[in-house]
Design a binder for this molecule. Structure first.
Ligand code: FES
Length: 242
């Protein structure tokens, strides 16, 4: 982990209120790790926000975010050439296994899963969202020759229902590893299914991240082995720990 400054390559709105930003930096990160980015022009430390590695680029990396508060509003207005103040990569990412992988992303939870999918062998991707307007990355996966299965809560595109139901409908064995990120309700369902069916599973957990470096205990998350820090021990946890 290091503190560095980096230029923005682009910042574009890819769906209503969802933005993709390229950050030009020669830095290595693993899928599931995040960058803690200052989202203000002053020195207020609390205005850093966590953004996971979305995709590695030749000259940097992409983040994907939803504009939904002061910090992300600030970021969404930045332009090519603006400079960011970044700490990272932070936390522990996904452990990539050799077996077949199924990857489930709900809403903006697809953000840390794109680079993961590119590094897995022959992954199966399921993407869920409330409506078709908030389904993210479907075309990006297609460009990488991966055809995702999609679901929407309102039935406006793909399977009508929850992504976890589509997942259950689409499997005929349990010989795979499951990776997931999404809203907490979706993750609760994924954890329950993985435990009941004895499927190896890693999830990336969302939490309020303050310091981002393990110093404030603001991101405590209950596990079988006591409280862990999402920013330092996570954000990826093996379901066997939960
Ligand atoms: Fe401070 Fe995790 S955000 S310890």
């Amino acid at each position: 982990m290091q503190l560095f400054k980096a230029k923005i390559g682009y910042c574009k709105e890819i769906a209503p209120s969802y933005f993709k930003m390229a950050i030009l930096a020669d830095i290595e990160a693993n899928p599931g790790q995040f960058f803690h980015i200052k989202c203000a022009n002053d020195n207020t430390f609390r205005l850093r926000r966590p953004f996971s590695l979305h995709r590695k680029l030749e000259d940097g990396f992409e983040i994907l975010f939803e504009k939904k508060g002061f910090g992300t509003e600030f970021l969404s207005n930045l332009k090519r050439g603006d400079i960011l103040d970044i700490i990272g990569p932070c936390g522990n990412g996904f452990k990539i296994m050799k077996k077949q992988s199924i990857i489930i992303g709900g809403g903006i939870g697809i953000a840390p899963l794109f680079e993961l999918a590119l590094r897995c062998r022959n992954p199966k991707i399921l993407i869920g969202a409330k409506t078709k307007d908030s389904l993210l990355c479907v075309d990006d996966f297609r460009k990488c020759k991966i055809e995702p299965l999609v679901s929407t809560d309102d039935g406006s595109l793909g399977y009508h229902g929850f992504i976890t139901d589509l997942f259950l409908d689409s499997i005929d064995s349990i010989d795979f590893i499951l990776y997931a990120c999404g809203p907490s309700k979706m993750l609760d369902s994924v954890i329950k299914i993985a435990k009941e069916k004895n499927i190896p599973c890693q999830i990336s957990v969302e939490s309020i991240i303050a310091c981002g470096v393990g110093a404030c205990l603001g991101c405590a998350y209950k596990t079988k082995n006591g409280y862990k820090k999402v920013c330092k021990d996570g954000p990826v946890f093996d379901v066997s720990e939960l």
